[in-house]
Write a protein that binds this ligand. Structure first.
Ligand code: CP3
Length: 324
């Protein structure tokens, strides 16, 4: 996640000439940014350059990214009538640009391509709060005061996102990741009542597709088991929960994680020791995907990211498969 981004000079150079949304909505540029980290870092898979918020606009929730503020929703969704005005759409038409980027990428990429989308809770929280939030008070207020309106919004998001992920796989994505980045703000009872049915509907829609699914959240140490119930072949463990503790809560599934992205600022020795900790907790079990426990931070030294990739390859490679 967030392989590309502001820590890379080649990305910043493109961002001087184009807005984030222009990069996402111009297939040739999205392809270029997707390839930047693959070429610079030697990672084993590429993640499509796009953003989880793109489906909001065709739903009827216009937004923009503002410097220093992150996403800003023009007219936040706060009432039943706001929700009734939203419309489902065909992602193959309204999100044709990122789907085209996927098709173009598959012609040149030599590593697998991961597509992605935002989960209903995380998308709804942006739509309701109007941008980033610390406490999700407005989102929870809508859930508690008007559960029927919440469920209408979440099920609309689930149907659009499920269809969009299906379309990404048709276009050539070889795995898809569902980001429920902020769902850790809920306790398990609220997760079961307000989130589980909708997130499960997305994974049900994807049952039988020819691509593994990854289910990711942050601050979800207390929710890992119920997230596994909702679905996903792979469950993401963020950096706050030790990987082995998280894995025992998840049970039988693959796991992805979970180096603290801030560890990339540490001196080399400490950084690689932290990588070794993660690998030790995985214990060589099949089904571990080494990754950061959340997105890479602006200002991260690129050479440290490269050192981590090389170190993980050295420690985990099957020698005959990696002649270098
Ligand atoms: O290689 C990649 O970077 C993949 C592309 C990618 C982006 N966003 C591009 C982007 C991915 C996978 C995302 C997912 C995304 N977007 C998430 C889920 C992942 C997570 O971090 O939990 C979320 C919550 C969003 C919404 C979003 N987009 C926010 C909150 C922000 C502003 C945050 C900030 O750091 O300022 C964005 C902007 C955004 N999307 C950037 C990038 C590279 C920041 C860089 C820029 O402004 O050019």
């Amino acid at each position: 996640m967030r392989q590309a981004g502001r820590y890379m000079p080649e990305y910043r150079a493109l961002r001087e000439r184009h807005s984030l949304l222009t990069l996402c909505r111009t297939p040739e540029l999205a392809v270029e940014v997707t390839l930047q980290p693959v070429n610079a870092l030697g990672v084993d898979a590429a993640i499509l350059f796009s953003d989880i918020l793109l489906p909001l606009d065709p739903l009827g929730i216009p937004f923009d990214f503002q410097a220093g503020e992150g996403p800003v929703i023009e007219r936040p969704i706060r009432s039943r009538s706001d929700i009734d005005r939203l419309r489902a759409f065909e992602p193959r038409e309204e999100l044709a640009k990122p789907l085209e980027a996927i098709r173009l990428l598959r012609r040149t990429l030599e590593v697998p391509l991961i597509g992605f989308a935002g989960a209903p809770f995380t998308l709804a929280s942006y739509a309701i709060e109007g941008g980033h939030s610390s406490h999700f008070a407005l989102t929870k207020r809508l859930m508690y005061e008007n559960p029927a309106a919440w469920h209408a919004l979440a099920s609309l998001l689930a149907s659009v996102v499920g269809e969009y992920l299906g379309a990404q796989i048709e276009a050539g994505a070889q795995a898809v990741q569902l980001f429920d980045s902020w769902v850790g703000a809920l306790d398990e009872a609220d997760y079961r009542e307000f989130v589980l049915p909708h997130t499960a509907a997305i994974f049900d829609r994807l049952r039988g597709v020819d691509a593994p699914t990854i289910h990711f959240g942050t601050g979800t140490g207390h929710l890992l088991a119920v997230q596994r119930e909702a679905g996903g072949d792979v469950i993401g463990v963020d950096w706050r929960t030790p990987l082995d503790v998280g894995w025992s809560r998840i049970g039988r599934a693959a796991v992805q994680g979970n180096l603290d992205p801030a560890a990339l600022f540490a001196p080399r020795e400490r950084l690689l020791a932290r990588v070794d900790d993660v690998l030790r907790q995985a214990g060589g079990r099949p089904g571990h995907i080494f990754n950061l426990g959340h997105g890479i931070l602006p200002g991260t030294p690129v050479e440290n990211v490269r050192a981590v990739v090389e170190h993980v390859h050295r420690r985990t490679a099957v020698p005959s498969m990696r002649p270098q």
